[in-house]
Design a protein around this ligand. Structure first.
Ligand SMILES: Nc1nc2c(ncn2[C@@H]2O[C@H](COP(=O)(O)OP(=O)(O)O)[C@@H](O)[C@H]2O)c(=O)[nH]1
Ligand SMILES: [Mg+2]
Length: 370
């Protein structure tokens, strides 16, 4: 199977929904008018391209149509493909040039960090690289076990401590081991659910300081793993994580299971962070370097179109409870807690003041009595 076909397989749901709808709209118009643009924009937004980016695509579309004097709605599909291609621009791959290259993998629980690490291990191993994984998600024993299963499957080494131990210490040991053993790549798995935002920042900062100290000269990647099925929420997660970590690339997972693949375009356009890898399945070889050109070709290709079912509109009605909302709630709780503390401090302060006033009053009384 060619690379475009393989990506098209993974993108089938997105493609069927997006391309299917676009074609339907274009077929139902004989002239290009505002109503047509409205419907196109609506379809883009529903495909999780995002409001901002959908507007931009439509603006560029109007301009091109005017410039080229196009009047036939059927010509529009090609223009949309051209514009999305322009927006996607060039790709940036992983930089692993200076060994041991350190890849820190971050993201909320369930995004696909551990699975992606397993897939990366397999890929690097195939390329003849020596890989070591640091089990720095020490929150649950199950997380360490899960990572170990993947490293066994891929045939790479793992450095792990027991559940609840300091993630920084795991990273430290892993970097020491990687240098002693002459590894090419060290991949760090991190916890997705930390107590609050402050904790998360501190934890990531601490790991970064250890990498600075132990592998300061080495190539570094900070990969944020995002679940494509969460649609626009993934963009919000990226913004939130971007505040705490210097993200060098995004891994977009579960593109196989969703019609929300338009999120790639949104991420590229709105965040300015390159999408470096995509996950298109749960198997060990279901990870691909992201290639904009293949992505756009796959999105607009007719591969498998005849086999497709009706667009899965139900997916858009479901309101998924996403991890990030919970995370935000936790942050809010933390803030409330701090506010309460402040309030208590204030109350104590007021009490003290009252107390002092009373004392003064008593002193005055005593004085007057004298
Ligand atoms: N369909 C599909 N499932 C995926 C993909 N990547 C991860 N998953 C699944 O998502 C779930 C959570 O993955 P995991 O790696 O444990 O997430 P973590 O909490 O971020 O480490 C697992 O059931 C994985 O099999 C993907 O690209 N496609
Ligand atoms: Mg995990």
């Amino acid at each position: 199977m060619g690379i475009i076909q393989k990506i098209a397989e993974g993108l089938r749901k997105t493609k069927d929904f997006f391309l299917g709808r676009l074609q339907k709209i274009l077929n139902s118009f004989t002239v290009i008018d505002d109503e047509l643009f409205d419907q196109l924009e609506e379809t883009m937004i529903m495909s999780d391209i995002g409001v901002e980016t959908s507007e931009e695509i439509c603006n560029r579309l109007r301009k091109k149509i005017k410039e080229r004097g196009i009047t036939d709605p059927q010509m529009i599909m090609e223009l949309i493909q051209e514009i999305i291609g322009e927006i996607m621009g060039d790709d940036t791959g992983l930089d692993l040039s200076v060994s041991p290259a350190v890849i820190m993998v971050i993201g909320v629980n369930g995004a696909g960090k551990t699975t992606t690490i397993g897939k990366m291990c397999h890929q690097f191993k195939q390329e003849g690289k020596k890989v070591l994984v640091a089990a720095a998600d020490t929150f649950r024993a199950a997380a360490i076990d899960q990572l170990e299963i993947w490293t066994e499957r891929a045939g790479v080494e793992i450095v792990k401590h027991s559940e609840g131990s300091d993630p920084g210490a795991v990273v430290y040991d892993a970097l020491e081991a990687s240098q002693a053993r002459g590894c090419d790549v060290v991949i760090i798995d991190t916890a997705g659910r930390l107590h609050n935002k402050k904790n998360l920042m501190e934890e990531l900062a601490k790991i970064n300081r250890i990498i600075d100290k132990k592998a300061g000269e080495c190539s570094r990647e900070v990969l944020l793993v995002l679940d494509a099925t969460t649609g626009q929420n993934a963009v919000n997660q990226a913004k939130l994580f971007g505040e705490t970590a210097n993200i060098t690339g995004i891994v977009l997972t579960k593109l196989d299971g969703t019609a929300k693949g338009g999120i790639v375009i949104s991420i590229k356009n709105e965040l300015g962070i390159p999408v470096k890898l995509i996950g298109v399945g749960e198997k060990i070889d279901d990870l691909q370097p992201f290639d904009s050109r293949s992505f756009v070709s796959a999105l607009f290709s007719d591969v498998g179109m005849e086999k497709s079912e009706e667009p899965d509109e139900k997916e858009f009605e479901e309101t998924e409870e996403t991890e990030i909302e919970e995370t935000e709630e936790e942050f809010e709780e933390e803030e409330e807690f701090e506010e309460e503390e402040e309030l208590e401090e204030e109350e104590e302060f007021e009490e003290e003041e009252e107390f002092e006033e009373e004392e003064e009053f008593e002193e005055e009384e005593e004085y007057e009595e004298e």
